[in-house]
Every structure is written in structure tokens, then in C-alpha cells.
Write a protein that binds this ligand. Structure first.
Ligand code: PEP
Length: 250
């Protein structure tokens, strides 16, 4: 059975005190009786305190990014070992904001995936087309290429560490959501693309999350689609009530 997952990407929001406040709210408000893996991804400097804070809860912690090198002269960067040393074993890679604003290419992201796998970390691998790709009817090609270039060099065992997060760029932070039908159509395509290269076992067991303006009022319909296994949530993850409502929609 596929794992249902709801992950909150906090992006560059919340200082140390605000992080603690939101975590306390989440501890009080998030359900702990649902078959769903809950993850939050605060900023790098608040990861260690988040791990400590959430130690006896059902909420896991992920990093929003990491560098592909083991260590070295990479000013401002964070390695897999550093994340693991504070108890973080999950990392979001390939987010569209990393691709758009920080020049992360499929090749760089694939190196990052390799490093994470080498460290036996779980990867939430983000990908998705831009508006123009969809208007040009290239969205399936783009998504297939991102998958191939980022992940399809992996061996079968490594897929145990992979969660896919389809995030159409035109729906991120815009209030514009893919319709449940558009999400299902793409998720099914993604699963079939994985199936062609890796077979039934991996295709049927990989969790595929949807991300892009998921809110309490649209989560149930999106999560109700058969190939949608949960969500990667941006804006709505910063409000405990909204994040709780989204989790309860699973
Ligand atoms: C995201 O940043 O991954 C995201 C899905 O953001 P939002 O929910 O705000 O669209």
C-alpha cells in the first residue's frame, strides 16, 4: 500500500520564535489518529530545534534543500551529513523555486538525489511544468524529461527512498490550482512512466504528492483522486488550522 503523505514547505518564513510557536500550534491541532505521514520543512537554522521539539510527536522534519557535495568550499551551503547530524533524514529536492531562482538544473538535482540516497535519506523530488509548457501542450514531455534526467538513473532499491511531488509551476503560490482531473491525469501519467522503466512494484508503491495552492477547500477533491497520495503544501502549511484541515482531508 502506498504511504499517504502531507508535507509542509515553510520556505523562507518564520524566525526561531515563530517556528516554535507554529510547532506548538501544530502539536495541538494536527490529527494523530490518521494513516498519514506528516512532515514539516522549516528553514535550515530552525531544523535542529524543530527536531527536538517534535521528538515525541507524529510529525517528521525535512530540509528544503541541501548541497550535493559531502563538504568543502561551498560558502553558505549545507551538506547531507550536517542535516543528519541534527536528526533530519528527509530532504525536498528540485523545488521549482530552487530551479527558477538558484539555477538548479536537472543535472544538479540528480547529483543531489545521489548524495541523499548515499546517505540513506528520503527525498521528496519536486518537478512540474511551467504555464507556457502547458499552453504549448508540452507538459507531459517536460515532466517525463524531468523524471528521466533527475531520477531514472537510480537502481530499483533506491526508489524506496523516493517520494514524487508533482507541482505545476503555474499553480505554486498563485492561488491557481490544477483541477482534480488535471492532477489525476498527470499523476497517472507519472505512475505509468515509472512503470515503463521500473515495473509494477515500484510504480504501484511510489507516493506521488500534488503541490500547488492546495487549501482546506480544495484538498478533499484533489486527494480523492486515485493516483494522488497526498500533498506538498506551501502557503497553507503556515497556518496550523489550514494545515490540520488539509491533513484531515486525506
Ligand atoms: C510549494 O511551494 O511547494 C507549494 C505547493 O506552494 P503553495 O501551496 O503555496 O502553492
Amino acid at each position: 500500500m502506498r504511504t499517504k503523505i502531507v508535507a509542509g514547505n515553510w520556505k523562507m518564513h518564520k524566525n526561531a520564535e515563530e517556528t516554535e510557536d507554529l510547532l506548538n500550534e501544530l502539536i495541538n491541532k494536527l490529527p494523530n489518529d490518521k494513516e498519514v505521514q506528516i512532515i514539516v520543512a522549516p528553514t535550515f537554522i530552525n531544523l535542529a530545534s524543530a527536531v527536538e521539539h517534535l521528538e515525541f510527536t507524529n510529525i517528521g522534519v525535512a530540509a528544503q534543500n541541501m548541497h550535493q557535495a559531502e563538504n568543502g568550499a561551498y560558502t553558505g551551503e549545507i551538506s547531507a551529513d550536517m542535516l543528519q547530524s541534527v536528526g533530519v533524514n528527509t530532504v525536498i529536492l528540485g523545488h521549482s523555486e530552487r530551479r527558477a531562482y538558484f539555477g538548479e538544473t536537472d543535472a544538479i538535482i540528480s547529483f543531489k538525489v545521489d548524495t541523499a540516497i548515499k546517505h540513506n535519506m528520503s527525498v521528496i523530488f519536486c518537478f512540474g511544468e511551467e504555464l507556457k509548457d502547458r499552453q504549448d501542450k508540452q507538459h507531459f514531455n517536460i515532466v517525463e524529461n524531468q523524471l528521466r534526467d533527475g531520477l531514472f538513473h537510480l537502481d530499483k532499491t533506491s526508489w524506496e527512498n523516493i517520494v514524487l511531488a508533482y507541482e505545476p509551476v503555474w499553480a505554486i503560490g498563485t492561488g491557481e490550482t490544477a483541477s482534480p482531473e488535471q492532477a489525476q491525469e498527470m499523476h497517472e501519467f507519472i505512475r505509468e512512466t515509472v512503470r515503463k522503466s521500473y515495473g509494477n512494484d515500484i510504480a504501484d508503491n511510489v507516493s506521488i504528492l500534488y503541490g500547488g495552492s492546495v487549501k482546506p477547500d480544495n484538498a478533499k477533491e484533489i486527494f480523492g483522486k486515485p493516483d494522488v497520495d497526498g500533498g506538498l503544501i506551501g502557503g497553507a502549511a503556515l497556518k496550523a488550522d489550514d494545515f490540520a484541515a488539509i491533513i484531515n482531508a486525506i
